[in-house]
Design a protein around this ligand. Structure first.
Ligand code: SAM
Ligand code: SF4
Length: 474
């Protein structure tokens, strides 16, 4: 049984802030790397060791076109060595946008009286899930504002509802959550409903900056948010996602904060975050933020490559906040998951009457509104292997990114065959036009790279899929 300090009323040190802004600034300001040091740090990462804060600062402070290219090349190489060419696909599903908080950057903030507030009821949620299944989605993330209506019991109810929706061959096999931080009991309730990852983004790791953007409501408490995923761990959720919202404060500080957070989780719970997200601020209703910290495309590309190298075995999530062009480039630096066919307006997957983005109904504006089919088509054109795999989590193999990384042959035995099988299902059930041929070609290329026995059993399962069986995995 896990130690539960809250039951004994002992203050738990792990629920205290582990970010020391002076330490982080000191490292950023005083680490002056030469080219050899930068290369040594890249080599350490390629040797599959995660980086310390000081080593992360070495990469952050590396300058000059050649060294930057070496960092990007290191990230490309690590991605190829560790993750191969798979890209996992998912879609966000906004369930409710009521909110008691006042985050300056968000269209859902309580003070935004223009926002059209909505919470999906069961039948609306089911319709949305059916529409997502009709597109071929298998993995979704439920997104919520912070409001007493969105209790742990309510979220758990939504999760069970989503898993129960089956349309044709469609079903959702992994439900992740992006919602407010909960207390330990709350996390336990949501965890027991069978979620995949619970994501909470710190937005900015800088405590003073944090106060400037979070003007009211529970979210104003920096420490409570920072320790959210410690409580999740205490509640038995060992699959968690962290993130920072780039544009609120200096990007270099946020990268250090993310690495510190990842290292903290690993040190305390022996399991780092499953995923890291790095959204950049997008336009939302009456967004009136200081542009001092706007993260340029160049800095964004650099920071993704640095994150890849700093935390080699953590999944990196890139969303439709970015344009297709930026997504195309950043994918190479080690992104492992992207969304496709994303819509943010509540109810808009099933209600297709109004295709225009309307900021009064959305949290922010996205920059990639391509359908899932279009995103898959482009991935195939670039020889990526689109994947809807949910196998590890359902087989109880949690911490799969770590296994991909540390267990020899894991990717070739599990990840690639499962990606192939889920793509085969997609092509049989939802593939259209040229995508079908491109998809089978990519499947063929990847089968050829598998060991004979694994390739044989994957081919055998593909035949069963063609004959109508579904949900086959290793
Ligand atoms: N309400 C919950 C919270 O704040 O944690 C969870 C969901 S919130 C809808 C999801 C994330 O969207 C936030 O954590 C924030 O990083 C991001 N976000 C908010 N406003 C944004 C904007 N204008 N542009 C890009 N991302 C934004
Ligand atoms: Fe509410 Fe989350 Fe938006 Fe903040 S980011 S206003 S908590 S929905």
């Amino acid at each position: 049984m896990r130690f539960s300090p809250e039951k004994l009323s002992i203050p738990d040190q792990r629920m205290k802030s582990f970010i020391d802004p002076d330490e982080i600034w000191d490292l950023i300001n005083n680490t002056k790397p030469d080219a050899q040091r930068v290369r040594d740090v890249i080599a350490k990462s390629l040797d599959k060791q995660r980086l310390t804060l000081e080593e992360t600062a070495v990469l952050i402070n590396a300058s000059g076109t050649d060294l930057l290219e070496e960092i990007k090349q290191g990230a490309r190489e690590l991605k190829q060595r560790v993750y191969g060419n798979r890209i996992v696909l998912f879609a966000p599903l906004y369930v409710g946008n009521r909110c008691i908080n006042n985050c300056k950057y968000c269209g859902f903030r309580a003070s935004n009286t223009e926002a059209v507030r909505k919470t999906l009821d069961d039948s609306e949620l089911i319709k949305e899930v059916e529409a997502l299944e009709d597109n071929g989605q298998k993995r979704i993330i439920l997104v919520y504002g912070e409001h007493p209506d969105y209790s742990p019991e309510y979220i758990a109810h939504n999760v069970k509802t989503v898993y129960g929706v089956k349309k044709g061959h469609g079903e959702i096999r992994r439900v992740n959550i992006n919602a407010a931080p909960l207390d330990i009991e709350g996390f336990r309730t949501v965890g027991q409903s069978g979620i995949g990852t619970y994501q909470v983004f710190q937005e900015t790791y800088h405590p003073e900056a944090y106060k400037l953007y979070h003007l009211g409501g529970k979210k104003r408490d920096y420490d409570y948010r920072l320790t959210a995923l410690d409580r999740a761990q205490e509640a038995g959720i060992d699959d968690v996602g962290i993130g920072a919202l780039f544009g609120l404060y200096d990007w270099r500080f946020e990268v250090m904060g993310l690495v510190r957070h990842a290292n903290h989780l690993e040190a305390c719970y022996n399991v780092g975050p499953h995923t890291i997200s790095f959204p950049r601020i997008k336009d939302s209703v009456s967004l009136n933020l200081d542009k001092n910290y706007e993260t340029s495309d160049e800095d964004f590309k650099k920071l993704v490559a640095i994150l890849r190298l700093a935390v080699p075995y953590t999944g990196l999530i890139l969303t439709a906040r970015e344009t297709p062009d930026v997504r195309r480039e950043v994918l190479q630096y080690g992104v492992s998951q992207i969304d496709g066919g994303t819509k943010l307006e509540l109810g808009s997957y099933s209600d297709t009457k109004n295709e225009d983005q309307d900021l009064n109904r959305e949290q922010f504006k996205i920059s990639d509104s391509r359908s899932l089919a279009e995103v898959i088509d482009e991935l195939l054109d670039s020889d990526y292997l689109p994947s809807f795999c949910t196998s590890c989590y359902r087989m109880g193999r949690t911490g799969e990114h770590f296994m991909e990384f540390s267990v020899p042959g894991f990717i070739k035995r599990f990840c690639t065959p499962n990606a192939i099988l889920t793509l085969a299902e997609y092509l049989c059930d939802y593939g259209q036009g040229e995508t079908i041929d491109k998809g089978w070609k990519v499947i063929g290329q990847n089968l050829d790279k598998l060991e004979t026995q694994v390739a044989l059993s994957t081919r055998e399962k593909i035949e069963r899929i063609k004959a109508g069986e579904r949900d086959l995995y290793f």
